[in-house]
Design a protein around this ligand. Structure first.
Ligand code: UDP
Ligand code: MG
Length: 325
């Protein structure tokens, strides 16, 4: 029986502090998998350098030069985690039977890679890595993440709770995934839409090995916002409902005001006028802003710009040729 070729895709942005350790650990896992005949000996580690400003690319190059199982892609600038991952997936799909994506900081337990592969061999096309505990994340990150998953749930999006981008995809699941051409990528939202037989593997999320999170609050919020507006038009519908309710309430208020005017002879009303102007004004601005978000998204999607640009690609031809034959 032909053993499957596995590629482990690792997006790296300013990860010089962790690169060597990450490479070492992944290499060990890969070697074990090959020795135990789970995967083919042409399996690969693919590091995608997402415009790092430090020596990450030099380190990737070094690893590539001394190791046949290392591939490297250098993007022309920083495109963001999702697009770096996409670049890796689009490359890997051409020479792999299954692909695992993992962050460079080793927060996700590499030991479960073997379980991923076993599930794949059992016939699963998608294997989600799910964090059992998030004790090492800050309370703030945990609660915002929980809020986000709840919100997505309310919006009717089939997200896998506590799953980030640590997963295995079979070739056909990956090919299906790559047919989603949107500029605003939210991979973990798209994967469940692809379908196929899927399962989950649980693990503990650890502390970042070294370096800082590349997802400061601002990026996290924009990521969450992207996630919502890329998958649901419910927020826009909410505006319509709000608009209708506000109009209805205004109508009731108008009746009350008229009654006041004719039944009593107060000249009051300043407060209520001011309040309604502010209230409706705020509502309008918010609505326009939200609709603008969607229009902006349409604008960016119709331009169909490339989602990433590769500057350099380190590739062991010979090994790949074997597979192509
Ligand atoms: N990353 C990337 N480009 C970016 C930001 C992050 O390729 O613009 C990579 C980063 O090197 C890491 C992964 O994406 O491998 C996840 O980033 P990080 O660990 O900082 O996120 P967190 O775990 O804090 O959510
Ligand atoms: Mg991390």
């Amino acid at each position: 029986m032909k053993l499957p070729i596995l590629t482990i895709v690792v997006p790296c942005y300013n990860e010089e502090e962790v690169f060597e350790e990450t490479y070492k650990q992944l290499k060990e896992i890969l070697r074990d998998l090959i020795d135990e005949k789970y995967v083919s000996n042409t399996s690969k580690l693919l590091f995608v350098n997402d415009g790092s400003k430090d020596s990450t690319w030099e380190k990737i190059t070094q690893a590539y030069l001394q190791d046949d199982s290392v591939h490297g892609i250098k993007l022309a600038r920083n495109f963001g985690h999702q697009k770096a991952l996409l670049a890796g997936l689009e490359d890997a799909v051409t020479y792999s039977d299954c692909v695992i994506s993992i962050d460079a900081d080793l927060q996700d337990d590499v030991q479960v890679i073997k379980e991923f592969v076993i599930k794949y061999l059992e016939g699963y096309d998608v294997v989600y890595g799910v964090r059992d505990s998030r004790e090492t994340d800050t309370a703030f990150k945990r609660s915002t993440a929980l809020g986000f998953y709840r919100l997505m749930d309310k919006l009717g999006l089939p997200l896998v709770n506590n799953h980030a981008d640590y997963r295995l995809l079979s070739k056909r699941a990956l090919e299906a995934l790559l047919q989603f051409k949107e500029t605003h990528l939210f991979l973990r939202g798209i994967v469940p839409l692809v379908g196929f037989k899927s399962t989950k593997v649980y693990y503990d999320r650890k502390e970042r090995l070294a370096g800082e999170s590349k997802y400061p609050l601002k990026k996290m919020l924009s990521f969450a916002f992207d996630g919502i507006t890329s998958f649901s038009i419910k927020p826009i519908r909410l505006i319509t409902v709000l608009g209708f309710s506000a109009s209805f309430i205004s109508l009731l208020a108008a009746i009350y005001v008229l009654y006041q005017k004719f039944a009593t002879d107060t000249v009051s009303g300043w407060a209520s006028v001011m309040i309604s102007i502010w209230f409706i004004g705020g509502l309008l601005l918010m609505s326009i802003g939200l609709i603008g978000e969607y229009i902006g998204k349409i604008y960016e999607e119709v331009k169909q710009r490339p989602r990433y640009i590769v500057e350099e690609s380190l590739f062991h031809e010979s090994k790949v040729d074997q597979y192509m034959k």
